[in-house]
Write a protein that binds this ligand. Structure first.
Ligand SMILES: C[S@@+](CC[C@H](N)C(=O)[O-])C[C@H]1O[C@@H](n2cnc3c(N)ncnc32)[C@H](O)[C@@H]1O
Length: 265
């Protein structure tokens, strides 16, 4: 089966729109928005590559930014369109992160690549998606790239929730028996990486890293506790998370990471 068919089948039946809605899921969204808001300025143009149902695109369009979105899966585009409000300056087109030739060089102040790298399985493809994101970004513009991090997922989905069998993954070669580094292919749907993989990918680009963030930290691992928090407790948890999500000693224990880098001017 082609990579895109695995993805299409998955996202046709996955409620992507609800992924970030519960409290534990909102931590990634709130953290990513917080970092976008550090850099976005009035009048900026935004491109979201792999926009899904458009949570980020719509949030930014509702703040008055002009947003263009690209998404691979038709089902997600339909949901994206249903979620559009009349006042938004927003477009969505079907396209692939690996080939953004429909978009000219140096056009966007803020470029979001929050999802396609989860589903690209070799360094060449991942670098091609990052190269395209940088190409369409203006000199001095900022790119936000998200990854799924293996240790957070292994702890949460494996050891904690038992949704995946760690011992079976080791037997199948999806986890290295000594280092527990992950490997996957299109049928596995998600490509899990570690900080060292992100650093190696980025080593060929002439971009300036601004932040590397554990974007949801332990929120998925602690999901029952986080979802049970009242408003006051959750606000305190968020304050803790925001205060610690760039700490070197905590960066690996997260389900998602956000790499924020500036295209040289
Ligand atoms: C986990 S979702 C994230 C959606 C949204 N960016 C967010 O963070 O809420 C990943 C999205 O990337 C899309 N995607 C995956 N590979 C892609 C590619 N090569 N080009 C464009 N979109 C892609 C998927 O269809 C899916 O909608």
């Amino acid at each position: 089966m082609e990579t895109n068919q695995y993805l299409t089948e998955f996202y046709n039946s996955y409620d992507e729109d609800s992924r970030l809605a519960p409290r534990h899921g909102s931590v990634e969204f709130l953290t990513t928005m917080r970092y976008i808001e550090k850099y976005i300025k009035p009048g900026d143009r935004v491109l979201e590559i792999g926009a899904g149902s458009g949570r980020y695109s719509h949030a930014l369009a509702r703040q008055g930014y002009a947003v263009d979105a690209v998404e691979l899966v038709e089902h997600n585009i339909q949901v994206f369109k249903q979620n559009t409000q009349p006042q938004e300056h927003i477009t969505v087109t079907q396209g692939n992160a690996l080939d953004l030739s429909a978009f000219p060089d140096g056009s966007y102040d803020i470029t979001l690549l929050l999802g396609p790298l989860y589903h690209l399985y070799d360094a060449g493809d991942k670098r091609q998606a990052i190269r395209e994101a940088l190409r369409v970004t203006k000199p001095g513009g900022v790119v936000f790239a998200a990854y799924v991090i293996s240790d957070g997922c292994l702890l949460d989905e494996g050891f904690n929730r038992g949704n995946i069998s760690v011992s079976q993954y080791v037997r199948d070669g999806l986890l290295d028996a000594k280092t527990f580094a992950a490997r996957s292919e299109p049928k596995d749907l998600f490509e899990l990486v570690r900080r060292e993989d992100v650093d190696e990918l980025m080593s060929v680009f002439d971009a300036v890293r601004l932040h590397y963030v554990a974007s949801d930290g332990c929120a998925l691992l602690l999901r029952e506790a986080v979802d049970a928090m009242d408003d006051e407790a959750f606000e305190l948890y968020l304050r803790y998370h925001f205060a610690t999500c760039e700490r070197e000693d905590l960066l690996g224990v997260t389900s998602h990471a956000l790499d924020v880098f500036r295209k040289r001017g």
